[in-house]
Design a protein around this ligand. Structure first.
Ligand SMILES: [Fe+2]
Length: 320
């Protein structure tokens, strides 16, 4: 990994112990290091490649309740009571809004008597982030046959979201925006999982061909190609659309290169931490993304130790 900075001090108080699932791999890791291309020369892989290249995709839609809330959040004439009414039609969403409003993210505990109280506490931006995160999760877990892969896509999204939120100020970003930017950056993987599900639905015998290498490769190779369309379909903001369609080659993102470099870097950290690769993780202090955004040596050490703590605290809980 080329870079220009030396002697970066990184303080990890208890040594390198990234998570309770150390070294269990990461779908991107399979795609980048472990995939034997000959193994992928099969019907399912070919079929996916043909459909992506032809743009022949049916993208998963935003769930109905989420769509209504997003419309209200974009309507200057809508008020909290309108939004409350829609949230109350979905008991699980009600619970999540109350849970978020009671979390330490929003300061000292206080009594919340209604869903409206909870919405006032998290604000429209917090509600929008929650609705999109739950839509991402609900959509990626739709096909129970693919739960093993969906779990990893969701783990990664939450992990990069939380690390992104934690280090945002050091990149000059606002934490809630950075969380959403990182969380949704790989939204193209949701579309790819749905495509995989459609292919298996079409021909049940294809399920026998699904394996980690194939899923990792299909998701990694195509997620940016379909990510922009998916982000646009879900009504995400222009920076999210741009970053979803181009982040691993952040230097080619002409519209939002700093945000793209930020996302690329956070993904890099998640890959190294989820594979318990200490050498690569510490070496990330010299990552080209950090040169690109012009971060100082002192910031680099702090970024790594802060991201490490955010990763540890998320992964030492169950990623649910
Ligand atoms: Fe990505």
């Amino acid at each position: 990994m080329p870079g220009s900075q030396d002697n970066v001090a990184i303080d990890l108080p208890n040594g390198f112990q990234p998570s309770s699932r150390d070294g269990q791999g990461n779908l991107d890791g399979y795609a980048l290091r472990n995939v034997d291309q000959a193994e992928l020369d099969d019907r399912l892989s070919e079929s996916i490649r043909r459909r992506v290249e032809a743009g022949n995709l049916v993208l998963p839609q935003l769930p109905e309740t989420a769509l209504k809330i997003m419309e209200l959040l974009g309507d200057a004439n809508a008020d909290i009571e309108d939004i409350e009414e829609v949230i109350e039609t979905d008991p699980s969403l009600c619970g999540e809004v109350l849970r978020l409003a009671s979390s330490p993210l929003y300061g000292a505990p206080m009594s919340l008597r209604t869903v409206g109280d909870a919405v006032r506490r998290v604000g429209f931006r917090g509600l929008r982030g929650l609705v999109l995160a739950l839509s991402f999760k609900g959509t990626v877990f739709r096909d129970r046959r693919l739960v093993k892969y969906a779990s990893e896509v969701w783990r990664q999204a939450r992990s990069v979201g939380e690390m992104g939120r934690a280090v945002a100020p050091m990149f000059g970003l606002e934490p809630a925006e950075a969380f959403l930017l990182a969380l949704l950056s790989d939204i193209g993987k949701v579309a790819m999982m749905d495509l995989l599900s459609q292919e298996i639905q079409r021909d049940g015998t294809l399920m026998d061909l699904v394996h980690t290498g194939l899923v990792g490769d299909a998701l990694y190779r195509n997620h940016e190609m379909v990510g922009g369309a998916m982000a646009e379909d879900w009504g995400l903001s222009a920076d999210l659309v741009s970053v979803a369609s181009c982040h691993h080659r952040y230097y080619e993102n002409d519209e939002h290169p700093r945000q793209a470099a930020f996302v690329s870097f956070i993904h890099r950290l998640d890959l190294y931490l989820s594979e318990a690769d200490e050498e690569a993780f510490l070496g990330a202090a010299k990552a080209t993304e950090l040169d690109f955004v012009g971060l100082s040596v002192s910031d680099r050490g702090r970024i790594l130790s802060t991201a490490y703590e955010a990763f540890r605290s998320l992964h030492c809980q169950t990623v649910g």
